[in-house]
Design a protein. Structure first.
Lengths: 279, 121, 290
């Protein structure tokens, strides 16, 4: 089963829920798909055994062969190539690595080389968690490419927990696309509710069953809870606002470290979810 | 000689726009015939490389001189490779700028005015 | 005219709360919400929408009936966006980057790049200033492109009305929308929190502002939940020439105020509100240099 943990608004506690769920279940595969800001490793403290580069292709241009015809610049939809005077100018940061310039060059003046855009790190966390994370290199807008590299490591016949990026645009959609169930973590404030509604729209569109966890319960108002009750959305858990929990979090410690009774609560969530999964 | 000016509007009374790649219009002015046309700047809609695309358009229009507010390094590089003169940091109306150019009151810009946007400009 | 973008790396550190209060304190300015897929700035500013525009996103490939299923496009697509498992070619719009290689190689011209509506952007009036904001369709792509549109509108208005400042509420992460929100701004303010995740993401997002050569300020929110970590953030700022512009204590009143749709700076007993005012005084010096 693939279980993803998402939220529209950032910082509502996705990683907290994903990590504590993994620690409570004990045996699973954990995937950090928040490749722009991967944080689960702070809590799971995996023993990273293997680091693999994620690469893309960049073109380079053979000066002696190129006759500055301009076809490559004309083709490039990303403005990564310009032709000025008798010179091709390449802007690597804009390149998507599609290979179009190589394809259209009539002179065969384009070659390609590999460029690193991020890393996949693999390791093991206690008690029995196979840990994977993607880590995007700052400055590269290649979020989906790093996530796509993570996709290749998803195993079969084991519980997969995916820690998603915030938001509701392509990186979030890409992370939840194969999920059998999605947990939406929110907080009881107008921001939390606003972003929860957008996330629900995305999941409905994709046909993914979902339930809600309200984190920092007690800080704001009861709009989120009322909304869920009115619309028959399952509230899987409420995590009360607690300064002590926040302090544990700040040090990279789990909720189970703070109070072991959370283990049972998270195990129960999983039982609850199994009733509603897609497959 | 043709002059390309980044402009906030379509007439000579418009102001010089401070953005090269993302200005709404370019005024292309011919200093010999004193004719001009305006071009809507399509490249401002680009997510990345607006300056590069605008520079490419300026080259295709056979412009010899660019007058603008700020030029980023990417656009500067492309314009420079095509031997186009750049006068930046210019404010006021397009008309005034052309007058000053004719009287040779500008100093050519040696390098980019704004730090690298890493090409997303 | 000066522009500042408020970012964080990690989500939920308090970007929008700080941005909203800055916007109330500022003058001669335009506000921009560049967190287009989870926009929240409108909640406190409560603006009236004056103008709505269609957002036509970047192009993605679409395949027509003329397709002969030759597989040429699938072979050349670098993004695994084309699959041929069933009897016809399918293009996955999430993976498609709109490069146009498939369109170019198709021998029967069955593929075209098409742009579709992916959301809306708005020019609105609040009691404090004009707000330019957007709503990306749920699950849509091109959030970075939409940020560019929104910022173009804000800059045009600022140019025409001679405004002195643009205050931009950023998105979490370090991806497309963040990079688009930083492009060409004068200042970036990173709001972080003294947690391991907060610090990790602070360092990553700082890599981005450094990359762009943008003068960067840092502000530590809820600094008192872990003083050791706050110390670490201080050290990092010192070593990297980041101006530490303030630290805000944890304050229950922040969420309560928000739930009542009130500004924390208007709550006289709030320590966080007082601190945000102090930070604004410093930011103001940069945004209004004369």
């Amino acid at each position: 089963m693939i279980l993803s943990v998402a939220s529209g608004k950032g910082g509502t506690g996705k990683t907290t829920v994903a990590v504590n769920l993994a620690l409570s279940v004990g045996f699973c595969q954990f995937m950090d798909y928040d490749v722009e800001a991967p944080n689960a490793a702070f809590f799971l403290k995996p023993d990273i055994k293997h680091i693999q580069k994620v690469e893309m292709k960049h073109p380079y241009f053979l000066k002696e062969v190129c006759n500055a015809c301009g076809k490559c610049a004309e083709f490039c939809n990303f403005n990564a190539v310009a032709v000025a005077g008798d010179e091709v100018i390449f802007f690597p940061e804009l390149c998507h690595g599609c290979g179009g310039c190589l394809l259209v060059c009539p002179e065969g003046a384009v070659r390609e080389k590999d460029v690193e855009i991020g890393k996949i790190k693999k390791g093991f966390s206690k008690p029995g968690i196979n840990f994977y994370m993607g880590d995007l290199k700052p400055g590269y807008m290649r979020t989906i490419s790093v996530q796509a590299a993570l996709d290749k490591f998803i195993e079969k016949d084991i519980l997969i927990i995916i820690d998603c990026p915030p938001g509701t645009s392509c990186p979030m959609v890409f992370s939840v696309k194969d999920s059998d169930y999605c947990i939406l973590v929110t907080e009881p404030t107008p921001y939390g509710l606003n972003d929860l509604l957008i996330s629900i729209e995305v999941l409905k569109d994709m046909g993914i069953p979902y339930g809600v966890i309200i984190n920092r319960d007690g800080i704001g108002n009861d709009e989120v809870e009322n909304y869920c009750r009115k619309n028959n959305i399952k509230i899987l858990l409420k995590i009360p606002n607690d300064m002590e929990v926040a302090k544990y979090y700040s040090r990279g410690e789990s909720m189970l470290d703070y109070d072991i009774s959370w283990k049972g609560k998270f195990e129960n969530i999983l039982k609850e979810i199994k009733k509603d999964v897609r497959k | 000689m043709k002059v390309g000016i980044s402009s906030t509007g379509t007439s000579l009374e418009s102001n010089v726009d401070m953005r090269f790649g993302r200005c709404p219009y370019f005024i292309i002015y011919d200093t010999e015939s004193n004719d001009f046309e305006h071009i809507e700047n399509q490249s401002r809609q680009a997510m990345g490389g607006a300056g590069i695309q605008a520079a490419q358009m300026i080259i295709d229009k056979k412009v010899g001189v660019v007058i603008t507010g700020n030029v980023g390094p990417n656009a500067h590089r492309v314009l420079g490779s095509a031997n186009i003169k750049i006068y930046s940091g210019i404010t006021g109306t397009v008309k005034d700028a052309i007058e000053k150019l004719k009287k040779d009151e500008f100093k050519e810009t040696a390098g980019p005015d704004v730090p690298s946007h890493f090409g997303t400009g | 005219m000066k522009q500042i973008t408020i970012i964080s790396g990690k989500g939920g550190t308090g970007k929008t709360t700080i941005a909203s209060n800055f916007i109330k304190l500022a003058r001669d300015h335009i506000a921009v919400d560049s967190d287009v897929d989870a926009a929240n700035l409108h909640i406190l500013l409560d603006p009236k929408i004056k103008e709505t525009k269609d957002f036509i996103g970047g192009a993605v490939a679409e395949v027509s009936d003329e397709c002969t299923n030759c597989g040429e496009c699938e072979n050349l697509c670098r993004f695994e966006a084309i699959s041929n498992s069933s009897s016809d070619i399918k293009i996955d719009p999430i993976r498609c980057e709109g490069c146009g290689v498939c369109e170019y190689v198709c021998p029967v011209d069955a593929i075209k790049l098409e742009s579709n509506n992916q959301g809306y952007y708005y020019t609105s009036e609040s009691s404090f200033c004009t707000l330019v904001h957007a709503k990306l369709n749920p699950g849509a792509e091109n959030s970075g492109l939409l940020v560019t549109r929104v910022r173009n509108v804000a800059e045009d208005i600022a140019n025409n009305q001679n405004k002195k400042a643009i205050i931009i509420d950023g998105a979490p992460g370090i991806g497309c929308p963040v990079i688009s929100s930083l492009n060409g701004v004068d200042y970036a303010m990173i709001v972080t929190e003294p947690t391991l995740s907060g610090i990790g993401d602070f360092i990553k997002v700082f890599e981005v502002t450094k990359f762009f050569n943008i003068k960067t300020f840092a502000c530590v929110n809820k600094y008192d939940i872990n003083l050791n970590n706050t110390e670490k953030i201080y050290d990092f700022c010192l070593k990297n020439d980041i101006e530490l512009i303030g630290k805000i204590p944890y304050d229950d009143k922040v969420s309560i105020c928000l739930s009542n749709r009130k500004f924390i700076i208007d709550e006289p007993s709030s320590e966080a509100g007082k601190e945000i005012k102090k930070i604004w005084e410093k930011v103001k010096e940069y945004l209004y240099p004369n």
